[in-house]
Ligand binder design. Structure first.
Ligand code: NAD
Length: 361
């Protein structure tokens, strides 16, 4: 198979973790005889430095031409006080919108070998296996009007949380579709006791559930969900929620997985004529300026994102399973980075990438 991949390393540890993810991708391509064509582009702070904008037109063109895009992370402290349009994070929002990737899938698993890395009690976390489906191109991060106006005591900031029925329907369909291949349970998370937006969300999800009689659906308020994720994470199979709630809840997932560096994600749009899903793949973590350039970052979230890419964008289930099994084997071996190994000598980012390739065989 031809695998035309765009890699956008971005800022901070982005280049380090995508370097190892690309290493694993090359290894898989060699082993299963796929033709791999990797191109590299600019996104985020590095793109602002080189072109003046966080999402250059050239990057938009490369992403549209690629079968799938692998992203690192964006964000540099020097832009912390820059206006939104000139911030690296704007590049992230714009590429998601340009590719139309409306569903962000974030699997959260508690690996047995990492139970001790979680600050939660082992018996609570053990067996956790869920996927958070977050709506990604609507809601308050994109809604208008937005902005800050006025001065003094009258200075006022506005953001708008807006969803259309069709935006809710398509991400709901994705969640039910995923649940069919899992434990057949969807928990839809909203704030319908306060927000009209959530009332529409709940009504549309409930209506759509009638098309999937084999799936059990329940609804949960987001504040309760934040609590249940910690108290009883095993109760969740597929968690479906809007953009901002999903952003916040999925970071909570990092506590269950042992480290934020472990979490992969896949952002999926519509199907291409070939049947493959349009996909943007990235670890959940940010650019981690505190450890950037030190060969310390955990690359397993980025490598897990490669497994998701092989599965969703290319339908290569055997290759995807091999990468996932290799991640589990590396975790069992204890040859892991410092975030998962508070004592003893940790492995470097590169060593973890090499170990994953070795475990694939
Ligand atoms: P962060 O995820 O970058 O870091 C949070 C903590 O987790 C830090 O202590 C960091 O060292 C650690 N960490 C993160 N990834 C790790 C990894 N792979 N291995 C080991 N440790 C890891 O979040 P932050 O500090 O809130 O944000 C830093 C910058 O990243 C900000 O500019 C923010 O806007 C940006 N950000 C970008 C994305 C993205 O590109 N998708 C996501 C979140 C934050």
């Amino acid at each position: 198979m031809d695998l035309n991949i765009l890699v956008l390393p971005g800022d901070g540890i982005g280049a380090e973790v995508t370097g190892e993810a690309a290493r694993v991708l090359r290894h898989v391509a060699d082993k299963w005889s796929h033709r791999l064509n990797v191109r590299e582009g600019l996104l985020g702070g590095v793109a602002i430095h080189k072109t003046g904008t966080p999402f250059p037109d050239e990057t938009a063109r490369l992403a549209a031409d690629a079968d799938a895009t692998l992203m690192g992370a964006v964000g540099l402290p020097e832009f912390d006080n820059a206006p939104p349009e000139k911030r690296p994070e704007k590049g992230l929002l714009r590429i998601r919108q340009a590719l139309g990737v409306y569903a962000n899938l974030r699997p959260v698993r508690a690996y047995a070998s990492l139970l001790d890395s979680s600050p939660l009690k082992n018996h609570l976390v053990e067996g956790t296996d869920m996927i958070i489906v977050r709506e990604l191109t609507g809601g308050i991060y994109y809604g208008t009007p937005r902005g800050i106006a006025g001065t003094g005591a009258e200075e006022r900031a506005v953001n708008t949380m807006a969803y259309t029925r069709s935006e809710i329907e398509r991400v709901t369909r994705m969640a039910f579709h995923l649940a069919q291949a899992r434990r057949k349970k969807v928990t839809s998370v909203d704030k319908s006791n306060v927000l009209e937006n959530s009332q529409l969300w709940r009504r549309v999800v409930t209506e759509m559930a009638r098309e999937y009689p084999e799936i059990s659906l329940d609804h949960m308020l987001v504040d309760n969900c934040a609590m249940q994720l910690i108290l009883n994470p095993r109760r969740f199979d597929v968690v479906l929620t809007e953009n901002m709630f999903g952003d916040i809840l999925s970071d909570e997932g990092a506590v269950l997985a042992g480290s934020i560096g472990m979490l992969p994600s896949a952002s999926i749009g519509d199907r291409r004529p070939s049947g493959a899903w349009v996909g943007l793949y990235e670890p959940v973590h940010g650019s981690a300026p505190d450890i950037a350039g030190q060969n310390k970052a955990n690359p397993l979230g980025a490598i897990g994102s490669v497994a998701a890419m092989l599965s969703y964008s290319f339908g290569l289930q055997e290759e995807a399973s091999a990468v996932e099994a290799a991640i589990a084997a590396v975790l069992r071996s204890g040859r892991v980075t410092a975030d998962l190994r508070p004592s003893g000598t940790p492995a470097t980012t590169e060593q973890v990438g090499e170990s994953v390739c070795a475990a694939i065989g």
